[in-house]
Design a protein around this ligand. Structure first.
Ligand code: FAD
Ligand code: SF4
Length: 482
């Protein structure tokens, strides 16, 4: 039964709520999980979730919701948890967020909803991500998806790319009665959620279940189609008869440092490394053999300090690495990775070489990597990003022995779609130009959003763009106005 909770259902007086400690997320022990790919966080029980929910201050103007890129109604879903109406809580979240089991696990909550929770002025913020994950998993276990059945409009939309932005567009438009077909270059649906983020943070089964739900709603998926090569955007519109196209192709083009030795055997881009693990199933070692990724007894380093870097090095540890380093040129406070991942990585024994940067890779003379030549850095004046610029310390050079180095310093826009779509405007970095309000591009009937517009960002920002695009596509399809 779904309740409409108008008055507070929380039995605790406000001043008592602040005394309830934030409920810890049960997790696999660090020593154990460092050697397996099973999920690190085990999820709240119903009791823990209800105890945590009691901490909500039920603010009149909830800043958590304002600071969520898709405006999840936190207060309203949390009050349903208090009264044990978990399915009602899930339905409330789904009004704004089609992938709650994903965002509950991977959103950088400390910068978003939880970052603005009033509790955090005095104590730890409400565990919004943990609660979101709990209700989404509960709903999944109960198998009670409501499959909307809107009257068909006769309009057809092509979605290019099956990452979180494309999936959000597809999920929203199918509920409006439009026919939606998603075209994906890879053989698996889900974008970074399946080929980037590893199993121990986001089990693939969670993503598959969300995709199954979309299939049930009527979304069609076509894999192994590289739009711009297999078929162009113009052909989708003119020959296949799609009424609108959404481009959500992400920012998957690896960037390199352009230092000597980057071509040696043993140097990977994080993109290739993680794709081999995720899609070629190296994470199921030894059931699936990926000989290049047998890292037993090897010393491995990742260069970079974002989520991708941590995912890569924690995967390397699980594949048997003897030593696993993060080499990052700034300090802890500038690291862009989620706080929880940094904490977990430290617990697992990853060695953080902060304020350090490689200047060259060294080989054995036969083309195989043997070390990264590094320098120590100190922080100077802020640069264009507002972060203090790292400056090399004179005479600090040293060699770090390594068999494998993984470059995770960022990604760029893959140009295939842009270069094969006449009239599609791009900015100077090759990303597609699209309106921030409507996600409309410079081509009539063509919309774009997610990382291919903003550059590498977050899952929920990509979903937020997808949501705006779906609204705008619906308007375009129903009014014909551009
Ligand atoms: P993507 O997820 O990149 O999906 C794009 C899809 O389009 C891909 O499947 C791609 O194969 C497909 N495609 C590309 N070109 C074509 C074409 N020509 N034809 C057909 N299909 C095409 N964000 C967080 O919020 N939290 C995290 O913890 C987090 N961790 C991350 C870890 C890693 C390893 C990486 C790489 C990113 C992480 N991010 C995280 C960032 C987040 O995943 C991205 O911002 C988000 O996935 C962007 O979504 P998207 O839909 O724009 O693109
Ligand atoms: Fe927080 Fe992300 Fe959920 Fe929004 S979607 S409430 S930012 S966890």
């Amino acid at each position: 039964m779904s309740l409409t909770a108008k008055k507070s259902s929380n039995p605790l007086p406000l001043k008592e709520r602040i005394k309830v400690p934030r409920q810890l997320m049960p997790e696999q022990a660090a020593a154990e999980r460092a050697h397996n790919f099973s999920e690190v966080n085990l999820g709240y029980s119903a009791e823990l979730a209800q105890q945590e929910a009691l901490r909500c201050l039920e603010c009149a103007k909830p800043t958590c919701t304002d600071n969520c890129p898709v405006g999840v109604k936190v207060k309203e879903f949390v009050e349903r948890i208090v009264i044990g109406d978990f399915l009602g809580a899930a339905a409330k979240i789904r009004e704004d967020n089609v992938l709650p089991a994903v965002t509950g696990r991977v959103c950088p909550q400390e910068d978003q909803c939880e970052g603005k929770c009033l509790l955090s002025k005095k104590v730890k913020p409400l565990g919004i991500g943990y609660l979101e994950r709990f209700v989404a998993d509960y709903e999944q276990r109960m198998g009670t998806h409501i499959v909307p059945n809107a009257a068909p409009t006769g309009k057809r939309v092509a979605v290019v790319g099956s990452g979180p932005s494309g999936l959000t567009v597809a999920g929203d438009l199918i509920q409006k009665g439009h026919k939606v077909r998603v075209f994906e270059a890879l053989h698996e649906i889900g974008g970074v959620l399946v080929y980037g983020i590893p199993e121990f943070r986001l089990p693939k089964q969670i993503v598959r279940e969300q995709i199954e739900y979309m299939r049930e709603m009527g979304v069609e998926f076509e894999t192994d189609v590289v739009v711009g090569r297999t078929i162009t955007i113009d052909e989708l519109i003119e020959e296949e008869g799609f009424d609108a196209v959404y481009i959500g192709t992400g920012a998957g083009l690896p960037q390199f440092m352009n230092i000597p030795g980057e071509h040696f055997n043993g140097v990977y881009s994080a993109n290739e490394f993680l794709t081999r693990i995720n899609l070629m199933k190296a994470y199921k070692f030894p059931t699936y053999d990926e000989p290049m990724l047998d890292l037993h007894g090897k010393d491995v380093a990742v260069i970079g300090g974002g989520n991708t870097a941590l995912d890569a090095i924690r995967s390397a540890l699980r594949l048997g690495a003897r030593k696993a380093y993060v080499i990052y040129r700034r300090s802890d406070s500038e690291m862009p990775a989620r706080a929880e991942e940094v904490h977990h990585a430290r617990q697992e024994g990853i060695d953080f070489q902060m304020l350090t940067a490689p200047v060259e890779f060294v080989s054995d003379g036969k083309g195989w990597l043997t070390a990264a030549r590094c320098v120590r850095m100190e922080l100077g004046e802020p640069d264009a990003s507002g972060r203090r610029r790292p400056v090399p310390k004179e005479g600090s050079e040293f060699d770090l022995p390594l068999s494998v180095a993984i470059i995770a310093i960022g990604t760029g826009a893959n140009p295939i779609v842009q270069s094969t779509t006449p009239g599609l405007g791009t900015n100077k970095r090759g990303y597609i130009q699209a309106s921030e309000e409507t996600q409309r591009t410079t081509r009539k009937g063509v919309f774009a959003g997610g990382d291919i517009v903003t550059g590498s960002a977050t899952v929920i920002l990509a979903m937020g763009a997808g949501r705006r695009a779906a609204k705008s596509i619906h308007e375009y399809l129903t009014t014909g106005e551009w």
